[in-house]
Design a protein around this ligand. Structure first.
Ligand code: AMP
Length: 115
Protein backbone atom coordinates (compact mmCIF):
# COMPACT_ATOMS: atom_id res chain seq x y z
CA UNK A 1 0.00 0.00 0.00
CA UNK A 2 1.23 3.45 -1.01
CA UNK A 3 -0.18 5.91 1.51
CA UNK A 4 -0.58 8.75 -1.00
CA UNK A 5 -2.25 6.59 -3.68
CA UNK A 6 -6.00 7.08 -4.16
CA UNK A 7 -6.46 3.60 -5.66
CA UNK A 8 -4.61 1.99 -2.71
CA UNK A 9 -7.07 3.81 -0.45
CA UNK A 10 -9.99 2.47 -2.53
CA UNK A 11 -8.55 -1.05 -2.30
CA UNK A 12 -8.18 -0.65 1.48
CA UNK A 13 -11.84 0.60 1.58
CA UNK A 14 -10.67 3.90 3.09
CA UNK A 15 -12.33 5.71 0.16
CA UNK A 16 -15.74 4.53 -1.13
CA UNK A 17 -16.14 3.11 -4.62
CA UNK A 18 -18.61 1.00 -6.55
CA UNK A 19 -17.02 -2.44 -6.62
CA UNK A 20 -17.97 -4.50 -9.65
CA UNK A 21 -16.00 -7.66 -8.86
CA UNK A 22 -12.75 -8.77 -7.30
CA UNK A 23 -10.52 -11.77 -7.14
CA UNK A 24 -7.52 -12.60 -4.97
CA UNK A 25 -5.22 -10.13 -6.71
CA UNK A 26 -7.39 -7.66 -8.59
CA UNK A 27 -10.27 -5.25 -8.06
CA UNK A 28 -12.75 -3.80 -10.57
CA UNK A 29 -14.59 -0.57 -9.75
CA UNK A 30 -16.85 1.79 -11.66
CA UNK A 31 -15.01 4.83 -13.07
CA UNK A 32 -16.23 7.97 -11.35
CA UNK A 33 -16.23 9.89 -14.69
CA UNK A 34 -17.44 7.29 -17.19
CA UNK A 35 -16.40 7.78 -20.83
CA UNK A 36 -18.56 4.92 -22.15
CA UNK A 37 -21.90 3.36 -21.13
CA UNK A 38 -19.83 0.75 -19.28
CA UNK A 39 -16.55 2.08 -17.87
CA UNK A 40 -14.79 0.08 -15.17
CA UNK A 41 -11.23 0.32 -13.84
CA UNK A 42 -9.47 -2.98 -13.25
CA UNK A 43 -6.37 -2.83 -11.09
CA UNK A 44 -3.97 -5.04 -9.17
CA UNK A 45 -4.46 -4.84 -5.41
CA UNK A 46 -0.70 -4.49 -5.07
CA UNK A 47 0.65 -1.02 -5.78
CA UNK A 48 2.47 -1.10 -9.12
CA UNK A 49 2.74 2.32 -10.73
CA UNK A 50 2.33 1.29 -14.37
CA UNK A 51 3.41 -1.36 -16.86
CA UNK A 52 6.79 0.42 -16.87
CA UNK A 53 7.17 -0.68 -13.25
CA UNK A 54 5.99 -4.25 -13.73
CA UNK A 55 8.60 -6.84 -12.79
CA UNK A 56 8.81 -10.36 -14.15
CA UNK A 57 7.44 -11.83 -10.90
CA UNK A 58 4.30 -9.69 -11.38
CA UNK A 59 3.26 -11.68 -14.46
CA UNK A 60 0.84 -13.94 -12.56
CA UNK A 61 -0.62 -10.91 -10.81
CA UNK A 62 -1.22 -9.01 -14.04
CA UNK A 63 -2.69 -12.17 -15.53
CA UNK A 64 -5.23 -12.14 -12.70
CA UNK A 65 -6.13 -8.55 -13.57
CA UNK A 66 -6.89 -9.60 -17.16
CA UNK A 67 -8.74 -12.70 -15.93
CA UNK A 68 -11.00 -10.43 -13.88
CA UNK A 69 -11.83 -8.46 -17.05
CA UNK A 70 -12.67 -11.74 -18.79
CA UNK A 71 -14.88 -12.90 -15.92
CA UNK A 72 -16.81 -9.62 -15.87
CA UNK A 73 -17.32 -9.71 -19.64
CA UNK A 74 -18.57 -13.29 -19.59
CA UNK A 75 -20.78 -12.94 -16.52
CA UNK A 76 -22.41 -9.71 -17.73
CA UNK A 77 -22.76 -11.12 -21.29
CA UNK A 78 -21.04 -8.12 -22.85
CA UNK A 79 -20.65 -8.63 -26.60
CA UNK A 80 -17.30 -6.82 -26.83
CA UNK A 81 -15.02 -4.66 -24.74
CA UNK A 82 -11.81 -2.63 -24.90
CA UNK A 83 -9.09 -2.87 -22.27
CA UNK A 84 -6.78 0.14 -22.27
CA UNK A 85 -3.90 1.09 -19.97
CA UNK A 86 -2.39 4.57 -20.04
CA UNK A 87 1.26 4.33 -18.99
CA UNK A 88 3.03 7.55 -18.06
CA UNK A 89 1.78 11.12 -17.90
CA UNK A 90 2.55 11.70 -21.59
CA UNK A 91 0.20 8.81 -22.43
CA UNK A 92 -2.59 10.28 -20.30
CA UNK A 93 -2.05 8.43 -17.02
CA UNK A 94 -3.39 10.56 -14.14
CA UNK A 95 -3.56 8.00 -11.32
CA UNK A 96 -0.17 6.40 -10.72
CA UNK A 97 -1.44 2.93 -9.83
CA UNK A 98 -1.60 0.47 -12.74
CA UNK A 99 -5.14 0.10 -14.06
CA UNK A 100 -6.94 -0.97 -17.20
CA UNK A 101 -9.96 0.92 -18.48
CA UNK A 102 -12.68 -1.64 -19.32
CA UNK A 103 -14.91 0.04 -21.89
CA UNK A 104 -18.07 -1.36 -23.44
CA UNK A 105 -21.37 -0.28 -24.91
CA UNK A 106 -19.96 2.25 -27.41
CA UNK A 107 -17.54 2.08 -30.31
CA UNK A 108 -14.36 3.91 -29.22
CA UNK A 109 -13.18 4.11 -32.85
CA UNK A 110 -15.95 6.44 -33.99
CA UNK A 111 -13.92 9.61 -33.31
CA UNK A 112 -10.84 9.09 -35.44
CA UNK A 113 -8.70 6.69 -33.42
CA UNK A 114 -7.60 3.73 -35.51
CA UNK A 115 -5.64 0.74 -34.25
P1 AMP B 1 -5.94 7.46 -16.05
O1 AMP B 1 -6.14 8.87 -16.52
O2 AMP B 1 -5.72 6.48 -17.15
O3 AMP B 1 -4.88 7.40 -14.98
O4 AMP B 1 -7.31 7.04 -15.41
C1 AMP B 1 -7.69 7.39 -14.13
C2 AMP B 1 -9.17 7.17 -14.03
O5 AMP B 1 -9.51 7.13 -12.66
C3 AMP B 1 -10.02 8.29 -14.67
O6 AMP B 1 -10.85 7.73 -15.67
C4 AMP B 1 -10.83 8.83 -13.49
O7 AMP B 1 -12.14 9.18 -13.86
C5 AMP B 1 -10.79 7.67 -12.52
N1 AMP B 1 -10.93 8.01 -11.10
C6 AMP B 1 -10.23 8.93 -10.41
N2 AMP B 1 -10.60 8.93 -9.11
C7 AMP B 1 -11.55 7.97 -8.99
C8 AMP B 1 -12.32 7.47 -7.91
N3 AMP B 1 -12.20 7.97 -6.66
N4 AMP B 1 -13.20 6.48 -8.13
C9 AMP B 1 -13.35 5.97 -9.38
N5 AMP B 1 -12.64 6.38 -10.44
C10 AMP B 1 -11.76 7.38 -10.26
Amino acid sequence: MESSCIFCKIIAKEIPSTIIKENQSALAIRDIHPKAPTHYLIMPKMHIQSIFHMQDDHQMLVGQVISLARDIAIETEIAGFNLIANNGVSAGQSVMHMHFHFLAGANIYEHGLQL
